[in-house]
Design a protein around this ligand. Structure first.
Ligand SMILES: Cc1ncc(COP(=O)(O)O)c(C=O)c1O
Length: 418
């Protein structure tokens, strides 16, 4: 039960900031107001400590207020500011070089944005320009952001309310892991690009079938469409590889990164493009403009983030805790085989599947009470998104698993007997 102080704050908030969302969380029993934060924990304004297993989709990959990122940004602020997006910039060029060094060799340019949605829009526009075609193919139940084009590639849940439904002749959706449907969508040779999140987060991290992503890439080549990899959630070492798509053997034509790229400190997102996909950059370099896109302070945050994410110690830690979760989750499943029916996992990208309608929402509520914050998947509320950070300690991972076991037990005991 929230303190009187928190209740008063939530009422105050509802008067000036998103009353619908605020009330939804109150109704769901997850009335978080984040106050202090450090490492992989935050404390809400009532002093309740929560271990963060949501990470805001990967924004806090390196933990909250990572001291090295804070230092890099503090240093940068002695010299830089947002900068001027019209001119070449010391920081942008350095970040572009560093990002391209992490990517497949076919990538030529980095284009910067202020957030993931804008970066996705840039990718889709670039693909349209490069191919001279308009149609965009995405997956059913996907989410790529809320901006102009990105929202049209997503599920109706995200675009109906503002009447931004996709035009049927320009935006086509096909089921995940269905190559026949993908080939049918591409076969008219009128598709500019296919956009895919290798492991779709908002749909509960279903895993790509073996060979699926490579086959989609081959279909793109066959029908002269470009392949856009949305790495906003799955990139930056979350799977133990810098980019999730390359781990599945795909070299995309365009690769989008955001969220964790900012180190959780200063927003920045980017699109990496091949020479072909980035044609407009030489034809008309003014064709996309963004005042805050590639801000120099954001570049400083991202340069440090890339360095930390790629250290051998970071990879060792990812492997250590990934193996721990493999075993611990498998053990826990054996205790609740009728309820906890699946683990979807690649590195630290994890989705826990419960055989009960909105089962993950029930687990989320209990976890919240017990001190772990993890969110159910918006488009499949049977699946809990369970995202451990790259630098999370084994000790904290064990604490998370103890709380998960307690919470699943409590939920199972609370279910009506059938
Ligand atoms: C896979 C994916 N792509 C794109 C976006 C959009 O990013 P942003 O919220 O920074 O606009 C998100 C945000 O959740 C996402 O999860």
């Amino acid at each position: 039960m929230a303190s009187e102080q928190k209740q008063a704050f939530l009422e105050r908030t509802k008067k000036v900031w998103n009353p619908g969302k605020t009330q939804d969380w109150i109704d769901t029993g997850v009335d978080i107001v984040i106050d202090r934060r450090e490492g992989y924990c935050f404390w809400d304004m009532d002093g309740h400590r929560l271990i963060n297993m949501h990470l805001n989709g990967g924004v806090y990959n390196l933990g909250h207020r990572n001291p090295e990122v804070i230092q890099a940004v503090t240093d940068a602020m002695q010299h830089f500011d947002i900068g001027n997006h019209h001119f070449p910039s010391l920081m942008r060029t350095e970040l572009a070089e560093k990002l391209l060094a992490t990517a497949p060799e076919n990538m030529q340019y980095a284009i910067f944005a202020s957030g993931g949605g804008e970066a996705i829009d840039i990718a889709l526009k670039s693909a349209r320009h490069a191919t001279g075609k308009k149609k965009i193919v995405s997956l059913q139940n996907c989410y790529h952001g809320h901006t102009g084009l990105s929202v049209k590639t997503g599920a109706p849940r995200f675009n109906e309310i503002f009447l931004t439904e996709p035009e049927a002749d320009q935006f086509v959706q096909v089921p995940f892991n269905d190559l026949e449907a993908m080939e049918e969508a591409l076969s008219g040779k009128d598709v500019a690009c296919v956009i895919i999140e290798s492991i779709p987060a908002t749909y509960g991290f279903p895993m790509p079938a073996p060979g699926y992503l490579q086959a989609v890439k081959a279909l793109c080549e066959k029908y002269q469409a470009l392949y856009v990899a949305d790495e906003v959630q799955t990139g930056l070492m979350r799977t133990g590889q810098m980019w999730c798509c390359t781990g599945y053997g795909v070299e995309p034509d365009l690769l989008v990164t955001g969220k964790g790229l900012s180190g959780g400190i200063y927003p920045i997102a980017a699109v990496l493009v091949t020479e072909q996909a980035g044609q407009w950059l030489t034809e008309d370099g003014w064709a996309h403009m963004s005042t805050f896109g590639g801000s120099e302070i954001g570049c400083a945050a991202a340069i440090k983030t890339l360095e930390v994410a790629q250290r051998p110690e970071t990879l060792e830690n990812i492997q250590l805790i990934s193996e721990y979760f493999d075993q611990a989750l498998a053990d826990l499943q054996t205790l609740y085989p009728d309820f906890f029916v699946g683990v979807r996992k690649n590195g630290l990208v994890m989705g826990l599947e419960f055989d009960y309608p909105r089962g993950a929402e029930l687990v989320m509520q209990e976890l919240y009470k017990q001190g772990v914050w993890a969110i159910y998947s918006a488009l499949d509320p049977r699946v809990l998104q369970f995202k451990a950070g790259l630098l999370m300690s084994l000790e904290l991972s064990k604490e998370v698993m103890d709380i998960l076991e307690y919470s699943i037990d409590a939920v199972v005991k609370s279910l009506p007997k059938t």
